[in-house]
Design a protein around this ligand. Structure first.
Ligand SMILES: O=C(CO)COP(=O)(O)O
Length: 259
């Protein structure tokens, strides 16, 4: 039994305009009660264009729903067309930001060095990075998932201090499970999350490793969330498709008390 509060984060990806975002967050708030929030930290990660609307709703109705962004610039400010800086996210009271999601790593050529710079940019502005790691099908078939993920951890966390690492969230998202319905088994998730926690203890200390929340992501649904999040080293879920429907997301959130 860990004392880490489970974190259930919904990565909306490129879905929901700012009006749809307001409607979805309102539906979530209506469905959840204090017991749910006591058992799990609930966070939504909408597109950039929705953040101000979500902030206004959360602040106005004093909702116990956190929010954040799906990406952040590696730069503080300047001639970086289309990018959004960590300070801009902080100004919108974003608590978290995804860095290194596989869809960014693959589609925008973001390697561990870029992910590392983005994680530092987030921390520099008081926004907690959710560092995403995970192997492709070829690596999984070769049985090298642990080695692959640990190499991503080493590269993505370079020069991140112990004080920063304690606040960190890491999401293990096997690429072959994202959007495919091919969810990893609880044992798959535990194997890799346990290896990540062991590596964190080597890089920092057992205390720091014990503080970091490790999420699983990849086809998490209401009918598989409980078994995965019940594993010792899995502290929550990073949810894609199932976070777009309030009822589905609430089912997953309620497994947060399976710890
Ligand atoms: O990429 C994901 C969350 O970041 C997972 O997406 P799915 O839950 O749709 O597989």
């Amino acid at each position: 039994m860990s004392n880490r509060l489970p974190l259930i984060a919904g990565n909306w990806k490129m879905n929901n305009n700012h009006l749809e975002a307001i409607a979805l967050v309102q539906k979530l708030a209506f469905a959840l009660d204090d017991k749910d929030y006591d058992n799990a930290e609930v966070v939504v990660l909408p597109p950039f264009t929705d953040l101000r609307s979500v902030q206004t709703l959360v602040d106005g109705d004093k909702l116990r729903i956190g929010y954040g962004a799906q990406d952040v610039s590696a730069h503080e400010k300047g001639a970086y067309t289309g990018e959004v800086s960590g300070s801009m996210l902080a100004k919108l009271d974003c608590s978290y930001v995804l860095v290194g999601h596989s869809e960014r790593r693959e589609l925008h050529a973001e390697d561990d060095s870029v992910v590392n710079t983005k994680a530092k940019a987030a921390f520099a502005n008081g926004v907690v990075p959710i560092v995403c790691v995970g192997e492709g099908l070829d690596v999984r078939k070769a049985g090298n998932q642990v080695e692959h993920v640990i190499a991503q951890i080493d590269g993505s966390l370079k020069d991140i201090t112990a004080e920063q690492a304690e606040k960190l969230v890491i999401a293990y998202e096997p690429v072959w499970a994202i959007g495919t319905g091919e969810v990893a088994t609880p044992e798959d998730a535990q194997e890799v999350c346990s290896a990540i926690r062991t590596r964190l203890a080597e890089l920092y200390s057992p205390e720091v490793a014990g503080a970091v929340r490790l999420l699983y992501g990849g086809s998490v649904k209401g009918d598989n969330a409980g078994s995965i999040m019940g594993k010792d080293d899995v502290d929550g879920a990073l949810v894609g498709g199932a976070s777009l429907k309030a009822d589905d997301f609430v089912k997953i959130i309620r497994f947060g008390d399976s710890k």
